[in-house]
Design a binder for this molecule. Structure first.
Ligand code: NAD
Length: 487
């Protein structure tokens, strides 16, 4: 559907579309640098209004039966599925994602899957084994029973990053609603338009007013107000580790419950008996995927010295097949990164690698294209202390380090502040399983890049706090309540 650049985008507060009190700002297509929309900017007062609306809606939403809430969630999933094809142009223009990524992963696809998954009631409540309890100062003897119930945390503010706007929001909102929470969405400032389209689906699905609210802002004032608000019980955040740390600090004052999904610098340990072609292909798949703007990418390759040269050569060969260019062309593998500012950051990142003595095997130069493009870049001869090895680029940049034995592979893999998603590529599954268990990382893939979508997802160390996905999503958005009785 053609983009209406002058569309009057509004905030969704308490079931109504509301004009933004703080004006608008431009959304730029990173592939063309053209303005593709004017995003609404909420005032702090409107952020507070959205929190008050979510709080007011909580009592009746949490009183619904699990099945009634699930029916709403299911309807919302189907509304998204129905509308997604019409969202492609807008979401591609604001994210810069390739057409394949936009159609399959930005709209519909995984977002619909999450709503469909949580449309099935998940009951984690349980009765504990009665235990004999002696007579004491607090009461008579008897068999003590307890029911352990998952109660909704309350009002959840979902603060999300720019890379997969709708998918990230769906991963938070669907389990939060299923657990009985009401929500406020604060999308990333760079690409919020698709989230307002999602708001249209929320209204069409007939969710009660205030159960899902959407506010937006170019700067930190709006999300910071949600973090400070006494009406908000939980912040579900996905984004960078420094912003996550700030939210933890500020949220402490009001004892916020926190789900923190933060940065990553995934290790990919490649053993000498690995299928090097398969390992390189897996690594290369994520290298270029969404221009490297993916937190689970294996960007820190740790290769056994006997296969190091072969792996570097194979990765270089794969880079030759990654067409950088217009994301609308179906054979493009790498589109632009999100903004000029981010392109400059990634270029500076690569420069620090060169300055520190890394060898640029491929990439490293700005492609001669309009828009914010970066060629797939491979930095070899890296040492563990280098900035490019320690920090995330969030761009199509991979570093490679050699290792001598399994002990050193583990030591290098764990020599990172991050611990989100790592990988082991090996021809020996028992060895790979043993290595995986020693890596300090929330998830480890063995010879595979795709995750199990019901497995817990989250980070060790600076990569975050808490887990979601599958039934773990219900745990994330609920509090345990113990109801005790005698008899
Ligand atoms: P970011 O941290 O800059 O912004 C994320 C969100 O935080 C935005 O909505 C922003 O408006 C908001 N924000 C900014 N300042 C704030 C403040 N003071 N208080 C509250 N909220 C504030 O991240 P980004 O650049 O949008 O995304 C890239 C980062 O996200 C990378 O570090 C990447 O690794 C991470 N990420 C992690 C996951 C995961 O699942 N672990 C997934 C995707 C992205």
């Amino acid at each position: 559907m053609a983009i209406d650049v002058d569309k009057n985008w509004q905030l969704l507060i308490d079931g109504e579309w509301v004009d933004p009190a703080a004006g608008t700002y431009d959304i730029v297509d990173p592939a063309t640098t053209n303005v593709v929309g004017h995003a609404p900017e909420a005032s702090v007062e409107q952020a507070n209004d959205s929190a008050a609306a979510a709080k007011a809606a909580l009592a009746s939403w949490r009183r619904l039966s699990r099945e009634e809430r699930c029916a709403h969630i299911g309807r919302l999933g189907e509304e998204i599925a129905k509308r997604s094809p019409d969202w492609v142009d807008t979401v591609q223009a604001e994210t810069g994602a390739t057409i394949g990524t936009t159609e399959n992963l930005q709209v519909g696809g995984p977002a619909v899957d999450r709503f469909r998954y949580y449309a099935n009631p998940i009951d984690l409540d349980e009765n504990l084994r009665p235990i004999p309890t002696a007579k004491g100062p607090l009461g008579p003897a008897g068999l003590m029973s307890a029911h352990v119930k998952r109660q909704p945390v309350g009002v959840v503010a979902a603060i999300t990053p720019y890379n997969f706007p709708i998918t990230n929001v769906a991963g938070k909102i669907a389990p939060a609603l299923a657990a009985g929470c009401t929500t406020i969405i604060k999308p990333a400032p760079q690409d919020p338009l698709g989230i307002f389209l999602l708001g249209e689906a929320v209204l069409a699905a007939g969710l009660p007013p205030g159960v899902v609210n959407i506010v937006n802002g170019a700067g930190p004032a709006v999300p910071a107000a949600l973090v400070d608000s006494r009406d908000v019980n939980m912040i579900s955040f996905t984004g960078s580790s420094p912003v996550g740390a700030k939210i933890m600090e500020n949220g402490g004052k009001t004892m916020k419950r926190l789900l923190m999904e933060l940065g990553g610098k995934g290790a990919a340990v490649v053993t000498e008996d690995a299928d090097i072609g398969q390992a390189a292909q897996a690594i290369a798949t994520v290298w270029g995927f969404h221009s490297g703007q993916i937190c689970t990418a294996p960007t820190r390759v740790i290769a056994h010295k006997d296969v190091y040269d072969q792996l570097v050569e194979t990765l270089k060969t794969f880079s030759g097949f990654m067409k950088v260019g217009d994301p609308k062309e179906r054979d493009t593998i790498i589109g632009p990164v999100i903004t000029e500012l981010h392109r400059n950051r990634v270029e500076e990142f690569i420069q620090t690698g060169k300055d520190a003595g890394a060898t640029v095997v491929c990439g490293g130069e700005r492609p001669e294209l309009d828009g914010y493009y970066i060629a797939p870049t491979l930095l070899a001869d890296c040492t563990p202390d280098m900035h490019v090895v320690q920090e995330e680029a969030f761009g199509p940049v991979i570093v490679v380090l050699p290792y001598e034995d399994d002990e050193q592979a583990i030591q290098l893999a764990n020599d990172s502040e991050y611990g989100l998603y790592s990988y082991v590529f090996s021809g020996d599954s028992m060895r790979a399983f043993a290595l995986a268990q020693q890596i300090e990382s929330g998830s480890v893939g063995i010879n595979v890049i795709q995750p199990h979508m019901e497995a817990p997802f989250g980070g060790f160390k600076m990569s975050g706090v808490g887990r979601d996905r599958g039934a773990y999503g219900i745990e994330a958005y609920s509090e345990l309540q113990a109801i005790n009785w005698l008899g």
